[in-house]
Design a binder for this molecule. Sequence first.
Ligand code: TRP
Length: 453
Amino acid sequence: MKTESNNQRGAWGSRLAFVLAASGSAVGLGNIWKFPYVVGENGGGAFVLIYLICVFVIGTPIMLAEFTLGRKTSLNPVGAFDQLKPKSPWTGIGYMGVLAGFLILSFYGVVGGWTFAYVAKSISGSVLAFPSPKEAGEFFGNFIGNTGEVLFYHALFMATNIAIVIRGVKGGIEKACNILMPTLVVILFLLMIRSLTLDGAMEGVAFYLTPDFSKINGSVILIALGQAFFSLSLGMGAMITYGSYLSVKENLTSCTVYVVMFDTLIALLVGMVIFPAVFAMGLEPTEGPGLVFSVLPTVFADMPMGHGVAVIFFLLLAIAAITSGISLLETVVAYFIDQRGWDRKRAVLIVGLVIFALGVPSGLSFGVMGDVKLFGMNFFDHVDNIASNYLLPLGGMFTAIFVGWVWGTKNAHEEIEKHENKFHFPWAQCWEFLIRYITPVAVGIVFIAKILP
Ligand code: TRP
């Protein structure tokens, strides 16, 4: 077994680099593709409010717990739990995380491939040729059913991922995120200005920001919590892995606050881009998963400089997907490097190829394998369901229990306060209370509610 001395591991070059990389992991398709459509489907402002509560009360404490586990042990999720409670069943949380990384990246890579394809198709202008979202939606449906195209872009996405992660933490992941994350923020701001200056934009702003509490019920809360988990990259040890490359000098609490703020700001910004545009075009916000791929191209087609805006938007989506994809790949790769002693190159190539192969049936789920269904769901839906609805919440809940009760908040506190960093009153007490009582119970409720018929 290899530990800190393993020279394959590497480390972040600076705190900013770490914050950008962890934000890069958090900010992804979850923010730009998923957040707007779940907000649209669940009533707008009220959902946003519940989502924010979930982020701050449940997501933030778990993120700090994951960073602390990673930094304490300098190891991947399996190694981290094993080092703190050797040969105990708790190591299973780590294995669950590595498995979740495998599964999530396999379908995330497919959707990532779609975003790559839409960059190409917006450059060529083919996605802009439709007068209404209905036709744009049909175009999208045809595209995701086209075996050759889907596999080509899926392979391209995974190859990009591999090319970055193979260069290691500092040379690859850090460099990519240093450039890509600020680009993303600039592009989003430009798009927001464009969107807000459309005629009728304010109706969208009102839908987005005015909470209508009659829209809130149990299932809305569950969806909000699940979205918070996915968006913040929690529950599978991705943040343990990224924390493991962080120096003891750095302040874990402020890093957590930065990453949470960043992820949340981006999601909120994306809403400010999408809803004003959707309402200005007289479209419905309840369009579902096709919102970005079928509604937006029509929006762009109808707007001045729409061609350029479309290219920029899909580029942004692709960038966000890549910086998240690399965190998923890195988590699995770190396991093979630390626990199995593989060198980075071998780990990245083998893991990357296996994940690509596992993704192939997901990629074909909207085409030639569309009729292959079990319990009414295709392959893609099953993988997504197992990973996102089971492994992530379970992983998050057990991580909270582990840090709150098994390893103990006292040890965590010590790690957080290393190198004269202070975890001040009342924040430390607040975190301790949340991670021991509120977080495990809340996630437990979500999980049980999800598995009940
Ligand atoms: N957070 C990313 C998004 O919003 C997806 C993601 C990356 C993720 N790494 C993760 C989700 C780890 C859960 C766990 O798109």
